[in-house]
Design a protein around this ligand. Sequence first.
Ligand SMILES: *Cc1c(COP(=O)(O)O)cnc(C)c1O
Length: 346
Amino acid sequence: MLPSVVMKKASEEFLNWNNTGMSVMEMSHRGKEYMSIFRKTEQDLRKVFQVPNNYHILFLQGGAITQNFMVPMNLLDNGTASYVVSGYWSKRTYNDALAFQNINLAASSESEEYVSPPEFSDWNFSQNDSYVHFCQNETIHGVEYFNTPTIDVPLVVDMSSTILSRQVDISKYGVIYAGAQKNIGPSGLTILIVRDDLLERSRIDTPTTYNWKIQSENDSMINTPTTYSIYMAGLVFEWLMSCGGLSEVEKLNIKKSKLLYDYIDNSDFYYNEINNDYRSRMNVPFRIRDDELTMKFVEEAESAGLYQLKGHRLVGGLRASIYNAMPIEGIEELLNFMNDFEKNNK
Ligand SMILES: *Cc1c(COP(=O)(O)O)cnc(C)c1O
């Protein structure tokens, strides 16, 4: 979901932004109108996410997956890199990185079917690591790290499904990246926050559009950026500030996810297997004890106006993705539906 106030503002401005007679979609990315949108979007993200001054914010393309090779191209140097695997996405990241030399698996929870991610104390680093990569929230498996390890090596994190769901201490990270389409705005935009000193490490054969340093020196405009997605992201940043910032957003996310997990835990009809300490606040996977009822649940939920509850095709079951813009009323409606479904199918 996107916040309805954001969608309303975008629709009101669609044909005529700020009395220019132009749609944002029609603007030159280097024109003064678009540049004013772009600068404000960057400043608002810096403000709402408390991004320190020694970090650059880049607005890139290719989604989070493209960072699977951009990260090694920009950071690997001649060293090694260690990867933590805690679910589908971080495994995919690790597998993509294997195309490069000296990639090390620091820890994996695959053999436990990802019900609990590897604890920080079990991460095995290499001597020469240029960086360590992990995923803050496994969107498909519903497993989230709530703390950040303190390590000397630059920490690179995929925050695609948790960015802006709560404040993090950005200074503990070397690089934060996220596809915008889960918790920010429309697809097409990848946000990358990188500590300035790490911009000096890119391999010489890194193409310009993939080169963080070159992008940072060119306002992320070494080629045309995703102008409209950036504009929409800017409206979402304004909305987050109007909600009272990330501390308020986090409180609501805790409340929303707790409602759902408490209901599931108190039920003998539904269940969730993830270790309590690592249950995602953004993606709540659950199953019906009688697995045969899963498709019926999905169909009847859709008839009731509750969409996208089917679990990812790789893991089956059900999943409620309850990103920032999902109001608490949405959770309450889901719980009412789950309650009725249980009564009718017990
Ligand atoms: C969705 C998702 C991805 C994939 O992102 P794309 O933008 O489609 O490349 C990667 N990592 C996580 C954690 C995700 O949730």
